[in-house]
Design a protein around this ligand. Sequence first.
Ligand SMILES: [Mg+2]
Length: 238
Amino acid sequence: MTAMIDLVAFDGDDTLWHSESEFAVTQQKLRSLLEEHCDPAELDARLIDAERGNLELYGYGAKAFTLSVIETAVELLGDRLTGADVRAILDIGKELLRHPVALLDGAAEAVAGAAEHWPVVLVTKGDLFHQESKVARSGLGDLFSGVEIVGEKDPAAYERVCRRHGIAPDRLVMIGNSLRSDAAPVLDLGGWAVHVPYELTWELEQADDEAKVRSAPRFRELGSLADVPALLSTIATD
Ligand SMILES: [Mg+2]
């Protein structure tokens, strides 16, 4: 059962474990913290602008998020922002980093099912340290032949992953929740993309051309991770 597949890759955040829902809870805490100083809608809008502007310098993840929150708060409050406010923001950011890893339903079975037949890797972006700690705490670490933490999920990054594992990109299957980061670049390289949507999508993960991604011949969508092993068998014998 290996005909068309040489490597199976999973995304981590919002594919194997919850992430965006935790950011949403964190953002709610920040709104409450700063509500007497600024309108929640304005806080959200300014924060997403700051995150977008800082991506190139800070990359992805909870630490970058925390720095962008501080920047936004300074912009909104100016000198009214107190040391206590900054401390509270840092504490909220640390809580996000310490948050237990909560696997999505079917995650362990999907990874184990794939690992029975093919080498399986995790491809994720974000803080190196935080992502490694999440892999360790997920209990799935031993199932992966490799953990690839990349700065940006673009075609070049996936190409490097394929090269490192000695496989052709058209024999890669990538499974993830983001059309923009997990599906589009892999389809561009001729690989297979399996989209398993999450209940929330971060604004900066919206695909530019969703219709194009969805109409690619090697694009598949699943409602549940539980269906991953069966779909892989189908792809392998295609
Ligand atoms: Mg994700």
